[in-house]
Design a protein around this ligand. Structure first.
Ligand code: GNR
Ligand code: NI
Length: 168
């Protein structure tokens, strides 16, 4: 298992739109395992392939308390079930150290494939709903900072650029 490097805002590679997964092979299994290892190591509750510079439509999540409910979603999509918006103080492994309130639909119905290519469908609300919407945004080149004011986004960008220069 490998720990992968997580791209950080404002890296332009985070803006790429991921392509559907068409081949369910050993290489995909290895990527999924590496993404779980990377997510758990970084203490995240989700990770999209885009964040590790792989522009394919897959994500891993584990929103459980005990970190014992890993779920890999391939080619995920959702429809809104409850349009009511819920606010959540969101963070992102690609925007380390910053949190902002984002409003998203409360309940969604998720359609995806599992790691074998089998279709899966389920309803999600609460943190799971927020997290899946956040991860699918990554696959479409979107970040939670796109939902906040330009001023706040620019402040975050400048602070992270400074950090990146320091460590470069
Ligand atoms: O670890 C994460 N926590 C989180 C908190 C609130 C809303 C979304 C998230 S996802 C984030 C991990 C991450 O960056 N996934 O893309
Ligand atoms: Ni994120």
């Amino acid at each position: 298992m490998a720990i992968l490097q997580i791209l950080e805002f404002p890296d332009p590679r985070l803006r790429q739109i991921a392509a559907p997964v068409t081949v369910f092979d050993e290489k995909l299994e290895v990527l999924i395992e590496d993404m779980f290892a990377t997510m758990y190591e970084a203490q995240g509750i989700g990770l999209a392939a885009t964040q590790v510079d792989v522009h394919k439509r897959l994500l891993v999540i584990d929103v459980s308390e005990n970190k014992d409910s890993p779920q890999a979603l391939i080619n995920p999509s959702f429809e809104i079930i409850d349009q009511e918006l819920v606010d959540y103080d969101e963070g992102c492994l690609s925007v380390p150290g910053f949190y902002e309130i984002v409003s998203r639909p409360a309940e969604i119905k998720v359609a995806a494939q599992d790691r074998t290519g089998e279709a899966v469908e389920f309803f999600a609300d609460g943190l799971l709903s927020t997290c899946i919407q956040h991860e699918i945004d990554h696959l479409d080149g979107k970040l939670f900072v796109d939902y906040i004011s330009l001023l706040k986004r620019q402040r975050i960008r400048h602070k992270l650029e400074k950090e990146h220069k320091k460590s470069a």
